[in-house]
Design a protein around this ligand. Sequence first.
Ligand code: ZN
Length: 275
Amino acid sequence: MPELPEVETVVRMLAPLKGRVIREVMVLHQPSVAGSPGKMSMLAGRTIERVWRRAKFIRVDLSEGLGLAIHLRMTGWLGVLAATVKDPKRDPYVRVRVSLDDGSEQLVFNDIRTFGRVWCGTRESLDALKSLKKLGPEPFDISPTEFAQRLRSKKSRLKSLLLNQEFLAGVGNIYADEALFGAGLHPLMIAEKVSVARAKRLLKSIQEVLQAAINAGGSSVENFKRPDGESGWFQRELRIYGRGGETCVVCGTVVKRILVGQRSTSFCPKCQRVF
Ligand SMILES: [Zn+2]
């Protein structure tokens, strides 16, 4: 599933949509649109004002206070294509087409497994969506002191806590493993036992790995493709994620793979400790 760096990559690449006008919206798979898919027709004639991100949600602000929210989930993809690619038999995975300006180009939401979702409405109604409203702070916005305070008030294991979007927004399985490795912390350590200094180091590690991944256009571990159809390349830089059974890149110890709350977790038993 795309995490913060992948979604950030998408919104940066779609930022040039600013100023373009929506001509028509075609919903080809009704369940891909939350609520009433017919509402999408109200977007016709609106101008795209901004493409941005909150956690793993893509937001598109439109004129007259309207907007879109999109979650890519497993296989969702957004990109701009020439309108000539139109035959639903040729491309059965296009769920929503948003034709732009004179209709020669379209913003396409493609989703093979259909777990992705599109919401539309007023910006206020999108802000108020339960899944958006309950999100915790963005990893680049929270101060080290506040992060340490929040972390040390929790009894959860570090890995589970980092995946909890209400605690911190945008981190998923890949970057949680990478960040814990970078900070030298064991994924099963209980959050409230982490010292203030180590908690601050963990935030720094989270920020560093997310920034490096953003700079690399995200990780294409499973399905992620950028809006231009290319893969990100941070998967080549991953130091611990998915490396169970291999040797640690730092110390040579065999990397362990365990399940934490059903999620596959890789860690180095020597570099990552319970303090
Ligand atoms: Zn190691």
